[in-house]
Every structure is written in C-alpha cells, then in structure tokens.
Design a protein around this ligand. Structure first.
Ligand SMILES: *Cc1c(COP(=O)(O)O)cnc(C)c1O
Length: 397
C-alpha cells in the first residue's frame, strides 16, 4: 500500500493554504529545492561546459523520459523530454500526419485544450495539401471516427470537466479505420493509471508541471510507439535530434528512435527540478493513487452538494469516467474562486463558469477536503464572493 502520509511530507505547503490546484501547478517538492541548488552550485558552477559530459546533462532528456514512461505504461526508450507541451503537440501531430499521407482530416473535440487546437490549426495551414481540423463534441468523437480520419488527436482528461475518454477503445476504433492517434496526457500523467502500450497509442504528449510537480514551465514529454520510432519524420528537425549532433553536418539525418524528437538544447536546471520531483513517485502505486483520488473526489462532491445547492456539478459522478479533478458551475464562478483564494483555499477558474479543484492524494487528504468545503459553504451561504474586487480579472485565472 502506498503510504500517503510519507508522500505528503515530501512537499512544501505554505501556512494557512489548502492547495487544490495541483492540476495546474503542482506544489514544491522539498527535494527539488535542494537538487536545483546543488545542480547550480556543483554542476554549473564547478563543471561549467564539462557538465554536458561529466554530469550527464546530455542524457537527461532520455533518462527522465524513462522515469515518466514508468508512470504512463511506456517501455524504456520510448519517451523523451523537452520544450513545452504545445511544441510537443505540434511534433506528434506533424509526424502522425506524415505517416498517414493519403488522409485529410484531423479529428479532435471541443473539450480539448485550446492550445492543442491552435497548434493543429497553425500546423495544418503550413502543411497545406487541403488538411482539415474537425472538432466535434466529446460525446460525438467515437461516432465521428471514419475512413477519412488521418489522425485522432485528443486530450484524455477534459481540462474543464475532468471527463475521461476511453483511450483504449477510441484508439482501437481509430486503428480499425486506418487512423493514427495522438493522446495528450496533460491531466492524466500522475493523476491516474495510463497504459500507452496496452492501449496501443501511436503518439502521446504531456506536461510535467501539473500532477508531476516539476515546477512552473517544467519541460514536456513525448512518446512515440516503437513501431513508428524509426519511421516518424520529425517536423522540428533540430540539431539535438540529429543522428550525430557534433558532426555538424550540413544536412539533417534523424537520430535513432525517440532521440529524433529532441529539438534543441535541453533545459538542464528545469530537468534537475523535475528529476527530484519524480522521486516522490518511487514506491507509489498508481492504482492506490487512483483509488484515493476517486474517494477524495466523491467526498468533495457529496460535501459541496450538501452545503452549496446553488453550485452545479460539471463533473460526472462516475469515478471511472473522470480524472482527478472536480468542477462546479456558477455564473459568478470567477468571483467565488477569488473569495476562496482570499481565504486560503486555492483552486482555479476556467471560462465561462467553472470553478475547478484538483484532488491529488500525494499531498491532499480528507481533512483538506472537509476544510475547503467548510470555507466554500460559508462563502456561498453569506454571499462573501459578492464584492467588486473579486470580479476584477487577473491575467491568469
Ligand atoms: C496545460 C495544457 C497545455 C499547456 O501547454 P504548454 O505548452 O505547456 O503551455 C496544453 N494542452 C493541454 C491539454 C493542457 O492541459
């Protein structure tokens, strides 16, 4: 059994804060603080340029990719780190489209994160050749998979409602119709068990600053199924993905397997923080995380519904059909969230009217859930959100 009391001790929690926003930015792992300081002083400070060889900086993207691979059902050597998630979406989609050149449609859904759709729009425009992005309602995805689809590009867990797609079933249907799949695991990796190999996914991408606690701006990951690893053409053909970066050839030759999905110089300091953050997963069973997260979400839903009848549940009650987050709707959702934050309960707001709470058992337990709902109940019952300063929108919501 996973010992959640000991994982909780690995994180810094500010005084007076109940943190229910680890789905946007995980809290600071104490080990990351020490590791980054050490890396800066001993590796950067003392090794200087030699660090690329003697401190293993060059291999970090692969080594850390393998650590993440263990959490998402990916074999050794199939995951690599680098860049941001938006960039990794572009890379995965470009390679998938290239592998299916006779088809014209990229199928996605309206529950996808806008950046994924924006990247697809930009990419299709540059590719030309009459490619089209088709966006349907999440519930209509399965029926929309047909022989015109080149690539099915979905985010497994809906960032607004937490609705979970059936990755295995949709991938199976896509393959039966000759389509490839790109799965975004932004709200899955570290939140619930993922089995990329078992689901037979073609490509997958994800970020590491949400449930993996890698810190603001932590690098993203990309997975390529072994069957595509030597044939996928990298659209972003940077020197770090070259077969021999230090041969300084004038012509690009793709590196071996997943190496080709590297682009430029890796963010070594950020990777050191992420590496330390991943220590928290040693000895953690993802099935235990899932069971605990489902129980926390059930408890949160029951408590909020009992105390705050004017909040409308946006997340499904079915624990198997959602991720590790719960959202409620209210026309004054933004102001309600600001009032909560002012009282130390940190969640976030997603337009148009969702207040969103991430419930992550690595550092959140029943006491935090009950404490948060008590404050939310007070705010709702006494309309404490109804103040002009809570309606003023900040740049990040
Ligand atoms: C968080 C998130 C992103 C953010 O992309 P960045 O490039 O890291 O800013 C993209 N897609 C999804 C599905 C997300 O949840």
């Amino acid at each position: 059994m996973t010992d959640f009391a000991s994982t909780r001790a690995l994180f810094h929690t500010p005084e007076g804060v109940i943190y229910l926003d680890g789905n946007s930015l995980g809290p600071l792992p104490l080990a990351a603080k020490a590791r980054v300081a050490d890396m800066i002083e001993k590796e950067w400070g003392e090794h200087l340029i030699r660090g690329w060889n003697v401190a293993g900086w060059m291999h970090q993207p692969r080594r850390i990719g393998d650590r993440i691979g263990r959490l998402i059902g990916a074999a050794e050597g199939t995951v690599v780190m680098g860049d941001t998630l938006s960039i990794k979406v572009y890379q995965a989609l470009a390679s998938a489209l290239d592998l299916n050149p006779a088809r014209r449609v990229v199928l996605s859904d309206s529950g996808n994160f806008p950046s994924d759709l924006y990247m697809a729009q930009g990419l299709l425009q540059s590719f030309g050749r009459g490619l089209e992005l088709k966006v349907v309602e999440p519930e209509a995805v399965e029926a929309a998979i047909d022989d015109s689809v080149a690539v099915l590009m979905l985010t497994e867990v809906d960032y607004r409602t937490g609705r979970l797609h059936d990755m295995k079933a949709l991938t199976k249907k896509a393959h039966a119709h000759g389509a490839l799949t790109v799965w975004d695991l932004a709200h899955s990796a570290g939140a619930l068990p993922v089995d990329l190999a078992g689901a037979d996914a073609d490509f997958a991408v994800g970020c590491t600053y949400k449930y993996l606690n890698g810190g603001p701006g932590a690098p993203a990951f990309i997975y390529v199924a072994p069957r595509h690893a030597e044939t996928a053409r990298p659209a972003l053909s940077g020197w770090m993905g070259h077969a021999a970066p230090f041969a300084f050839d004038l012509d690009y030759r793709a590196g071996q397997g997943i190496e080709r999905m590297r682009v430029g110089t890796p963010p070594v300091i950020a990777l050191a923080a992420l590496d330390a953050a991943l220590d928290a997963w040693d000895g953690v069973s993802m099935d235990d995380v899932r069971a605990a997260s489902t129980a926390l979400c059930d408890l949160f839903i029951a408590e909020v519904e009992a105390r705050c009848p004017e909040l409308v549940l946006a997340t499904t009650r079915d624990g198997f059909a959602r991720g590790s987050q719960v959202s409620f709707r209210h026309p004054e959702g933004y102001a309600i969230m600001q009032a909560l934050i002012a009282r130390g309960v940190i969640g976030d707001f997603r337009a148009p009217d969702n207040i969103r709470f991430g419930l992550t058992p690595l550092y959140i337990g029943e006491a935090e859930v009950r404490g948060a709902v008590e404050i939310l109940g007070d705010i709702m019952a006494n309309r404490l959100w109804d103040r002009p300063e809570y309606r003023r929108r900040a740049a990040v919501t």
